[in-house]
Design a protein around this ligand. Structure first.
Ligand SMILES: [Zn+2]
Ligand SMILES: [Zn+2]
Length: 373
């Protein structure tokens, strides 16, 4: 199957063909091989030969249209690692640089940047282009395609050099799961005075526990509906485990959490119970986006002065800082590698919550994964 990236509305580079796994019209959520011509490489862009791409819950919400309709065909994937193989003349990277790409591929540029970009909070840019199925707003047309593919072209400020200490397969998960959990811990000043909790020990949660340990949080509470990840949670840095199916454990934890990251998007979340465990003047941060409305009675919220807040990715500066922090403190995702061809099975397993704890698709045969940096 073959059609143009731009849906006929943008310029195409007919000399280049990129191939990936896309949600196609009538594809029942199954990804199929699909090729497209990318946009012409701009002066500030780089072309990346992809070696690895993580599989995130968002990829599945997206391809199954749980978050709303998409323009098909559409290639998911936003935890991308590879080597720069082409560069525009103004790009900040050199050929051979090992880089990663996360959830954004462009923000506003030119002489009049928006207030968010000026403040260094580009994740809120009004002209941002997310990594897949997002129209470019740079006047060149086209729509973005993600990293379940052999190649991608992005503005070079959205390709981040990977520290030599971090291998390519390990690096992938930082670009969504890593930054999503790192940013709120930084914003709400997690540290030695913090009793931190993480709800959901999965792709995001298992990295959050490691960040919290590296930041020296006073108490690190892993919260899950089952005991099957208890032992691993302690290995990841937890100092305490709460199984929410045991109501006694919830009662004992009343008003004991200063900062809580909720990484669980399932409909089984009991918001009343979570709020009961929050200490006065605490923050409950939503990182995963449930497909259903969130409902709760307000009594704990008011009497304990709890703030329920969201957190969206991180800025370019946060990503650079996070990679350095991970390199220095030995924070690494726990991953299972699978060939790209098995992306449908990988998505099914992520949907079923099976991975321990992140699946990273690997391009075969021997795309370089060396640690040149
Ligand atoms: Zn993601
Ligand atoms: Zn902007």
């Amino acid at each position: 199957m073959f059609s143009s990236q731009a849906g006929g509305t943008g310029e195409e580079d007919k000399s280049a063909t990129f191939t990936g796994w896309a949600a196609v019209p009538g594809g029942n959520g199954l990804l199929q091989k699909w090729s497209y011509h990318p946009r012409p490489l701009a002066a500030e862009e780089v072309e990346i030969e992809i070696s690895h791409c993580g599989v995130c819950g968002s990829d599945i919400h997206f391809t199954t249209e749980g978050w709303g309709p998409i323009t098909r065909p559409a290639i998911p994937g936003h935890e991308i690692v590879g080597l720069v193989v082409k560069r525009g003349e103004d790009a900040t990277h050199q050929i051979g640089d090992r880089v990663g790409v996360g959830c954004l591929v462009a923000c506003c540029r030119g002489p009049s940047v928006c207030d968010w970009c000026r403040k260094g909070d580009d994740q809120f840019c009004e002209k941002k282009t997310v990594t897949f199925n997002s129209p470019y707003k740079d006047g060149r047309g086209g729509i973005s395609e993600g990293g379940f593919a052999d190649r991608i072209r992005v503005y070079s400020d959205y390709a981040f050099k990977i520290p030599k200490e971090i291998s390519s397969p390990d690096a992938a998960s930082f670009f969504c799961a890593g930054i999503t959990t790192y940013t709120p811990l930084k914003r709400y000043k997690a540290g030695p005075n913090t009793r931190l909790a993480v709800i959901g020990i999965g792709g995001l949660g298992h990295i959050a526990l490691q960040w919290a340990a590296a930041m020296g949080c006073r108490e690190i509470v892993a919260i899950s509906g089952r005991d099957n990840k208890k032992e691993e949670a302690f290995k990841l840095g937890a100092t305490k485990f709460i199984n929410t199916s045991d109501k006694e454990q919830i009662k004992e934890a009343a008003r004991s959490i200063d900062l809580c990251l909720c990484t669980n998007a399932s409909r089984n979340n009991n918001w009343e119970e979570y709020l009961s465990m929050m200490a006065p003047l605490s923050q409950l941060v939503l990182l995963a986006l449930p497909e259903e409305p969130i409902t709760f009675v307000g009594s704990h919220l008011v009497s304990q002065d709890v703030a329920i807040v969201g957190s969206h990715l991180g800025s370019k500066g946060d990503i650079v800082e996070m990679l350095e922090f991970a390199a220095k403190h030995g924070v690494r995702p726990w991953i299972e590698k699978r060939p790209f061809e098995d992306c449908n099975e990988a998505c099914n397993d992520v949907h079923a919550g099976k991975p321990r704890y992140r699946i990273v698709l690997e391009m075969k045969p021997s795309t370089s994964t060396s640690t040149s940096s």
